[in-house]
Design a protein around this ligand. Structure first.
Ligand code: SF4
Ligand code: SF4
Length: 398
């Protein structure tokens, strides 16, 4: 149940009720399931149910003046549970967030910095665009960069910012490059020409920033011929699948894990090393709840000899967000100031309760969030966080 986002370009809160998506909001029965499903619902003065009520009463100014939507991490939990199938996260909450942030007397510093960095450098970390391919240093497999060889290619791999710059993300990028080579995937990257897809700008209230990144990336895409876009970041997947469509983007897009699932028959015989790990998998909100990829990551993990999967209490559509989406990646200090426990700290306790020794992830935000949460919660050494691609490579390598 995905909204017809293409039709929403230019829609504002004033014109929302004129659209089919807006009319759907009028069907709300005030059941409160959305508020009850929200991982930050108890801290919001105006969770989704109350926002709709305030809309009906013409009192949205009160909502904009509260910080409720600053606490929304775009986890799609409310939307996925709504009995009326109202596209809360995709449509309504985004519009409310934009107004909320515009009226904030002060934008939390960490978030402000990430947004400024994205404007200036094309990535939230503020790293130089020239360093975007540093992850390839000492890599012993070839990776084609399109600006150096612009021949048409099957897969344009959109690496994204965390896999390009964060040390653990870089480990994942190297693993993907090696797996693609082993599978003989015809792939190439944009290298230094790549800039963040801008999903967090879109969902963290900065439509101007988001549109500048969309314009930039769309112009780069037109320079090259490729059959499909594959990205290592589920947030970028969401951006390309839904938001970029508003701007005319039509390419086939997928994430690395569902892409590898298409190669499963070829991949499986290559998984030769037995890994004696008990693994619990954390469903990414964008891959799971938003795009329905629940079984593909699990089936790939199950195919690795020796791995035993144990599920957390909250799994698949009931999974709990790591807190990194919708700008949450840069709001940890803000949440701490509000005495709100980080969602990643909460989630890691659930992962530990399974008794697993590996927490498997498929999103580059989750790696640093959960590694930090392990330290904060005092579980360092009891569990390690690994990207699924790292586990695949470990089972493949000689
Ligand atoms: S879950 Fe849906 S129907 Fe129920 S209160 Fe929330 S928006 Fe309304
Ligand atoms: S998207 Fe997630 S965090 Fe945002 S309101 Fe819905 S349930 Fe809460």
């Amino acid at each position: 149940m995905i909204a017809d986002i293409e039709s929403l370009r230019g829609v504002t809160l004033e014109t929302l009720y004129d659209t089919p998506e807006g009319r759907l909001i009028k069907s709300c029965i005030q059941c409160g399931t959305c508020a009850g499903s929200c991982p930050h619902g108890e801290y919001m003065e105006y969770p989704p149910r109350r926002i709709i009520k305030m809309m009906q009463l013409g009192l949205l100014d009160k909502v904009f003046d509260s910080d409720s939507m600053l606490k929304c991490v775009n986890c799609y939990a409310c939307m996925s549970k709504c009995p009326r199938e109202i596209h809360l996260t995709e449509v309504l909450l985004q519009l409310i967030k934009e107004q909320t942030i515009m009226r904030l007397p002060v934008v939390p510093q960490e978030l402000q910095k990430a947004l400024e960095n994205s404007y200036r450098y094309g990535n939230p970390m503020g790293e130089s665009g020239r360093k975007r391919i540093n992850w390839m240093q000492n890599l012993d497999v070839p990776v084609r960069i399109l600006s150096q060889n612009s021949q048409p290619v099957d897969v344009l791999w959109f690496v994204e910012s965390y896999p390009s710059y964060h040390p653990r993300g870089q480990d994942t990028a190297r693993a993907i490059a090696k797996i693609f080579n082993r599978l003989n995937v015809d792939f190439a990257i944009l290298g230094n020409e790549e800039k963040s897809a801008g999903e967090c700008g879109m969902l963290s209230w900065e439509s101007g920033l988001a549109e500048s990144l969309v314009d930039y990336n769309m112009a780069i895409f037109t320079k090259y011929k490729f059959n499909q876009l594959v990205t290592s970041d589920p947030h970028a997947l969401d951006a390309f699948l839904y938001r970029y469509k508003m701007f005319g983007f039509k390419a086939k897009v997928t994430h690395v894990i569902p892409f590898l699932w298409q190669y499963f028959d070829k991949l499986k015989p290559m998984l030769i090393n037995k890994l004696h790990y008990s693994v619990t998998y954390h469903d990414s909100c964008c891959l799971g709840r938003h795009n329905g990829y629940y079984e593909e990551p699990r089936e790939i993990l199950k195919a690795i000899p020796g791995i035993k999967i144990t599920e957390m209490v909250h799994n698949r559509s009931n999974s709990i967000c790591c807190g990194g989406g919708g700008g949450g990646m840069w709001l940890d200090t803000y949440f701490k100031s509000q005495n709100i426990e980080r969602l990643s700290d909460n989630r890691i306790k659930e992962a530990i309760e399974t008794g697993a020794d590996v927490l498997a992830v498929a999103c580059p935000y989750e790696m640093p969030r959960f590694e930090d949460a392990l330290k904060v919660a005092g579980y360092d050494g009891k569990m390690v966080v690994k990207d699924i691609t790292e586990l695949i490579l470990e089972s493949m390598e000689d």
